[in-house]
Every structure is written in C-alpha cells, then in structure tokens.
Design a protein around this ligand. Structure first.
Ligand code: GLV
Ligand code: MN
Ligand code: MN
Length: 413
C-alpha cells in the first residue's frame, strides 16, 4: 500500500534545517557540536517530540527517538542517519534520512498504523569526519569498534578532545565506549539517503537498494621539515614540508589510477601548512588522505603503495614523517532478506529500482555489524553531493520516504 506522504511539510523542514548553518545559505556547514550543530539537533529533537516520540541521547550524543510498539520486549526496528554536514555542504546529505524518517513515521501515524515492535529513528553523532578526522563516530561506538584508549586519543585541529566537545554539548559524562549496544537491540536498520553518485539519475530510476558499502580507509600524515626566511634560505639546502606533501598527494592520485580497479578512489582532502606565510618556507604539513574501494584487496594494495611512497618521498627530502592509519574498515554486506523486502515493496509500489553498491560510507557500514541492514537511495542531480548545489526534488524524496514508510510498516507489524 502506498502511504500518503506530506511532501510540502518535509520540504519546509529540510529548508528550515538548512538555514541552521555555520555559513550563509545555500551553504550548509554543521561541524559536530558546533553552535549550528547543537541548534540543528534541537530543531530535530523538537520535531521528534511533536510527533509524540520519546527522545533519549547517549553519552556521545547519538539521539534515539522511539515510537513505542505494542510489544515492549521485541527488538525495535531502526532507521535514521546524520545531520552534521562537512564544510561547504548541501542540505540533503544525511538530512533526508532523518527528516524523511520522521515524515515516514508521521505518515504511518496518520494512516492509523499501530506498530507491534517499536520503531526508532537515530541521529548518529559525527557521521562526517570533519571534527576528529574519523567518520561514523557515533555508529562506530554503537557497534563497539573503538577502544577507550582510541577515543581518548581523538583530537580536533585545535587539539580539543571528545571530552571537551561533550562538555560544550552539555552531554552527561560516562565512558563513551559504554554506549555500545548489544547485537539483538535492533531487528533491522534501514537508512534512507541520497545516492551521492550518478547511477539512479542516469538510469532514470527512483530507488537504489544497497547491497554492499565500499571499504573506506584514511590516513593522517604529519610532515616536519625546516622552515626559514623565503629570501634567505637557498634552494639546495631546503627541507620544505609542503613540497614533500605535494609529491605525496600526486603519489596518492597515482596509487588510485594504477590500482587495476576502476573502483579505487583516493583523495588528499586536507593539506594544511605552517606557518602559512608567503615569505616563510613551510616547516610543517598535515595531510589527510581518504582511500576507498569496493574490493578489499585493491584498497589494501593502494594503501600500502601510498604509505611506501610517503616514506620514500620524505626520506629523499629529509622530512620527518609521522603516519597514522586513522581508520581501515572492511566493506559492509547488507542483509539479503532486507534487500529483498525493499525490492518487493518497490515492485508493489511500482517504483523503478535497482540493487547497487554504495561508494560513499554511511552509519549503515557499522550498523550492518550489529543488525540486518540496508539502505534506500534516491537520485540526486548530476550525482552531486558534498557541495551546496546538491539537489533531490521533492518528488524524488517522497518516493524514498514512501518506500521507507512501507518498509518500516512491514518490519514493525
Ligand atoms: C560520507 O560522508 C562519505 O564521505 O562517504
Ligand atoms: Mn557526507
Ligand atoms: Mn551522509
């Protein structure tokens, strides 16, 4: 059955949330626990409460909004995504999966559906890696994949740790590792998200059902050279940290281009230098490198190539190198039965779909470790994401919400 969705209300809420940003519209920036992120969280918590959901927040700021089912003891069905946004982002990444889930729940309520098992909408803390360089922080912790030592070592670029930011967010204390949840907490997790790639639009399809999520890895490199006066230090004696970093960035590109897999992608997305003055030789550089592939073997081979090249370049240029593997994750395999359920629903609703791979990572990467998981993708214009011109139409969003609502209805019946 096609549950009617209030597209205008959802569009209005997506627009309202997009205005809660660290930068003026159309740019959306909400870095974890920034003032804008906290206001965005309040905005969504308010919507949860207006929908009659009970809201709880764990020690790292994962937010859980529950529609209580008749059976208190059965594992809940979960949905949700994130509302944090990288610098210079758009308004749909993550948000469609949160506000769309609320609309799906409200639509089910309006259709007088009474859930047998509870339905929970989760807003995950820091899906984006901007604050600490590590993506999916909240879902990693829920899945129990980070040790207390690792959590304590997290630092942002100003040197602040998670504890500092938890205080800013007025979160209660407690061991962040203890937010971990048991394997049987959720009967299933289904995340609605924009595709962030061109496949659905090119094939004129409304829905992508995710079968696998590509394996991400990221590295942080600290390069230490010798600074000095840009006029006074002659070229032969220089140990310029930026130039070593520039060579490494080119080696990163080569590692992806020569991996033998068309799915290897590698990006040097952060490149900071110190002291950052035009008349001073850069003495220090920080690089953050993002590497992904659908195949673990080619991802890992490219990772080794990058690490080897970085060591060789730094040796050659007499630059100190500190290399940290921030994360090296396995791909996620989605639950076949859940994928088939969503496919059957698409057939029933006459919504054209395909099964596909997610090249972006999502909190589903970690939810898949603790419960049956899949994702519902909707098209986005030109495949564009992580940019202010990211766009999915109200009709495209509505199709995704309708499929999500019906999926939740089946799972919670
Ligand atoms: C998620 O934002 C990703 O970078 O894939
Ligand atoms: Mn993103
Ligand atoms: Mn996202």
């Amino acid at each position: 059955m096609k549950i009617p969705i209030d597209s205008a209300r959802l569009e209005k809420e997506i627009d309202e949330l997009s205005l809660i940003s660290e930068q003026p519209a159309p740019v959306v920036t909400r870095i974890l626990f920034s003032e804008a992120d906290l206001r965005g969280r309040d905005y969504v918590k308010n919507l949860f409460r207006q929908a009659g959901l009970s809201v709880r927040e764990d020690a790292v700021g994962n937010i859980f909004a529950r529609w209580q089912g008749l059976d208190n003891t059965a594992p809940a069905v979960a949905t949700g995504s994130h509302i944090d946004a990288i610098p210079n982002a758009g308004k749909f990444d993550g948000v469609v999966g949160v506000l769309g889930a609320i609309e799906a729940i409200r639509s089910l309520q309006k259709a007088r559906f009474v859930p047998r098992t509870s339905i929970e909408c989760i807003i995950f803390t820091a899906e984006e890696p901007t604050r600490f360089g590590l993506g999916c922080l909240g879902s990693r912790l829920l899945a129990g994949t980070l040790s207390s030592e690792r959590i304590a070592a997290l630092r942002d670029k100003e040197g602040h740790d998670l504890e500092h930011w938890r205080k800013q967010a007025r979160l209660s204390g407690g061991d962040p590792a203890a937010v971990r949840i048991a394997q049987d907490t959720y009967a299933g997790f289904v995340e609605l998200h924009i595709e962030q790639g061109p496949v659905l639009e090119q094939r004129n399809l409304a829905i992508g059902i995710v079968e696998r999520i590509a394996a991400p890895a990221s590295l942080r490199l600290q390069l230490t050279g010798v600074g000095g006066h840009a006029g006074g230090v002659l070229m032969p004696g220089r140990r310029d940290a930026l130039l070593a970093g520039a060579e490494i960035a080119l080696a990163v590109e080569q590692a992806a281009l020569t991996s033998g897999s068309p799915d290897t992608v590698a990006t040097t997305g952060v490149f900071r230098i110190e002291p950052g003055a035009v008349n001073s030789v850069p003495c220090h550089a920080t690089l953050e490198i993002d590497l992904r592939d659908t195949q673990l073997a080619s991802r890992d081979a490219a990772l080794i190539k990058i690490e080897t090249a970085a060591a060789e370049i730094c040796r050659h240029r007499a630059i100190g190198l500190q290399l940290e593997r921030v994360n090296v994750d396995a791909p996620a395999i989605c639950d076949a039965a859940l994928v088939q359920l969503v496919a059957d629903i698409c057939v029933e609703l006459k919504t054209p779909f395909t099964k596909m791979i997610s090249r972006a990572y999502h909190d589903s990467l970690f939810m898949a470790r603790i419960c049956p998981t899949t994702m519902i993708f909707i098209p986005c214009r030109g495949g564009v994401s992580h940019r202010p011109d990211e766009y999915s139409s109200p009709g495209q969003i509505c199709d995704g919400v309708a499929v999500l609502a019906e999926t939740l209805r089946r799972l919670a019946s």
